[in-house]
Ligand binder design. Structure first.
Ligand code: GDP
Length: 445
C-alpha cells in the first residue's frame, strides 16, 4: 500500500541532507513530492492541501535536532501529521454499555459487510470473550441471509434465523429480544446493502437505528474505492450518526487514500481494517502503526524518536542544573518548561501526575489552564526580547505595552504572567535537591 508515497519519501530523506534547519526553500521540493504522492494515492485535494500546510507550518524553522539529518526530521513531522490525520489515537469499540451491546452494520453492496460481521463476531468471541449473536435484516436478497448463516457458523458465533418474508425492523426487534433473553453480550445486525446510496436505503437504516438504539453504528467501506469510499461514508454519516468506519480490502492494491482521508472528511474514526478474505482478516485500526507502515521507515522513525527523547532529556538536565546551582532561572527556562508541558499533553492531563511542588506551580496558572492558555503564555514570552527574558525586572510599562501588542493580549495578561514567573522563580529557589529529584521523576525525566 502507498508504495509510491514510501518511495518518494525515501527520496526526500536523501535530498535534504546537510542542512542545519528546515526552511521554506529547502522543504519546498520535498513537500511537492509528498503532495504528489498523496494525490496519486487518491487522497482528496482539500485533505492534501490542509495536510501539506500543517507539515509546512510545523517543519519550517524547526531546528534539526541531535543526530538527525534534515530529511529525517521532516519525515518525523510527516509521520506525526499522518497519524493526526487518521485520528491520532486508536478508537476502540465501545463494549461497556449494558449488554446486549448492539452493533449496527451499514454499507453498500459488496463492501464486505457480511464478511465483516463474521470477522467481528470471531474477534469479539476470541479476543474479548464475548457471547455474540448475529442477524441479517437483508430481506431483499435471500442469499444474503444464507450467506450470513454460513459466515456465522464458520466464525463460531450464533445466528438468529430470519426470512425474506419478514420486515427488517421486526427481525431486528426479535433478535434483540432473543439476545436479552439468552444473555448475549453483543448483537451484530447486518443490513441490506444497495449498489448506490439511495433514499429508501437511508430510511430503512435510520428506522433500524431508531428501533435498536445501537451502541455502535459502523460503516463498512471498500478501501479500493478511494475517494468514492470517502464520499459514500460522508453521505451515510450525514444521514446516520456513525460511530466508526471499517475499511475493508486494505490488503488489496488499495492506494490508501481512503485510509488517509475518511477521518478528516467524515469526522468518524476508522475502528477496524479488513486485511483479507478469511475470517481472521480483521484488525483494530491504529493510526500510529498505519502511519509507520505507510512511511515504511521504521528505522528512521526510530531514530527520530530517539533524537527527540535525547533532546528532551538534555534540556531537562540543563534546567535541573540551573535550578540546583540556584541561579539564572529566567523566562527562557520558564518558556521551555511550558513547551515541555505542552508536549506532555497540556496542563489538565498533567495535573494528576504531578508531584506536589509542580502541581503547586501549575496551580498558580489561572484556573482552567489548558493548552490554549499555555499557548498564550508562550506567545507572550515569544514577544519579548532576549534581554527581557533574561532580566524580566527591566520590563516596565512601555515594554509591557509593546509585548502585549505583539502577542495580541492585554497588558493585564502580561502582568499576570510576570507575577506567575516571579512566584515560580521563588519556588524554584526554595526547591531542595530532594524536591528536584522528585519532580524530575514525576515528570518522567
Ligand atoms: P457485502 O455485500 O457488503 O455483504 O459484502 P461481502 O461480505 O459479501 O463481501 C464482498 C467480497 O469482498 C467477498 O468476496 C469478500 O470475500 C470480499 N472481502 C470482504 N472483506 C475483505 C477484505 O478485507 N479483504 C479482501 N481481500 N476481500 C474482502
Amino acid at each position: 500500500m502507498l508504495d509510491q508515497l514510501t518511495q518518494r519519501l525515501s527520496r526526500v530523506v536523501k535530498t535534504l541532507r546537510g542542512q542545519a534547519r528546515l526552511t521554506e526553500e529547502n522543504i519546498q521540493d520535498a513537500l511537492r513530492e509528498v503532495r504528489m504522492a498523496l494525490l496519486e494515492a487518491d487522497v482528496a485535494l482539500p485533505v492534501v492541501k490542509a495536510f501539506i500546510e500543517r507539515v509546512r507550518t510545523k517543519a519550517v524553522g524547526q531546528e534539526v535536532i541531535g543526530s538527525l539529518t534534515p530529511g529525517q526530521a521532516l519525515v518525523g513531522v510527516v509521520f506525526d501529521e499522518l497519524k493526526a490525520l487518521m485520528g491520532g489515537n486508536e478508537a476502540p469499540l465501545q463494549l461497556n454499555a449494558r449488554p446486549p451491546v448492539v452493533i449496527l452494520m451499514a454499507g453498500l453492496q459488496g463492501a464486505g459487510k457480511t464478511t465483516t460481521v463474521g470477522k467481528l463476531g470471531k474477534w469479539l468471541k476470541e479476543t474479548k470473550r464475548k457471547k455474540v449473536l448475529t442477524v441479517s435484516t437483508d430481506v431483499y436478497r435471500p442469499a444474503a441471509i444464507e450467506q450470513l448463516a454460513t459466515v456465522a457458523k464458520a466464525a463460531g458465533v450464533d445466528w438468529f434465523p430470519s426470512k425474506a418474508s419478514e420486515q427488517p425492523i421486526a427481525i431486528a426487534q426479535n433478535a434483540l429480544a432473543e439476545a436479552k433473553r439468552r444473555l448475549y453480550d453483543v448483537l451484530i445486525v447486518d443490513t441490506a446493502g444497495r449498489l448506490a446510496v439511495d433514499e429508501a436505503m437511508m430510511q430503512e437504516i435510520r428506522a433500524l437505528h431508531d428501533a435498536l438504539q445501537p451502541t455502535e453504528t459502523l460503516f463498512v467501506v471498500d478501501a479500493m474505492l478511494g475517494q468514492d469510499a470517502v464520499n459514500t461514508a460522508k453521505a451515510f454519516h450525514d444521514a446516520l450518526p456513525l460511530t466508526g468506519v471499517v475499511l475493508t480490502k486494505l490488503d488489496g492494491d488499495a492506494r490508501g487514500g481512503a485510509a488517509l482521508s475518511v477521518r478528516y472528511v467524515t469526522g468518524a474514526p476508522i475502528k477496524f481494517a479488513g486485511v483479507g478474505e478469511k475470517l481472521d482478516g480483521l484488525e483494530p485500526f491504529y493510526p500510529e502503526r498505519m502511519a509507520s507502515r505507510i512511511l515504511g521507515m521504521g528505522d528512521i522513525l526510530g531514530l527520530v524518536e530517539a533524537a527527540r527523547k535525547e533532546v528532551d532529556e538534555e534540556k531537562a538536565k540543563q534546567l535541573a542544573k540551573k535550578i540546583q546551582s540556584g541561579k539564572g532561572f529566567d523566562l527562557n527556562d520558564f518558556r521551555e518548561q511550558i513547551v515541555q508541558l505542552r508536549k506532555m499533553g497540556g496542563m489538565t492531563a498533567l495535573l494528576d501526575k504531578m508531584p506536589a511542588q509542580i502541581a503547586q506551580m501549575a496551580g498558580q496558572l489561572p484556573a482552567g489552564s489548558d493548552d490554549k492558555m499555555i499557548r498564550r503564555i508562550q506567545g507572550i514570552i515569544d514577544s519579548m526580547t532576549p534581554e527581557e527574558r533574561a532580566r524580566p525586572e527591566i520590563i516596565k510599562a512601555k515594554r509591557k505595552q509593546r509585548i502585549a501588542a505583539g502577542a495580541g493580549v492585554t497588558v493585564q495578561e502580561v502582568n499576570r504572567l510576570l507575577k506567575q514567573f516571579d512566584q515560580t522563580q521563588r519556588l524554584m529557589k526554595s526547591l531542595g535537591k530532594g524536591g528536584l529529584k522528585k519532580m524530575m521523576r514525576g515528570l518522567g525525566g
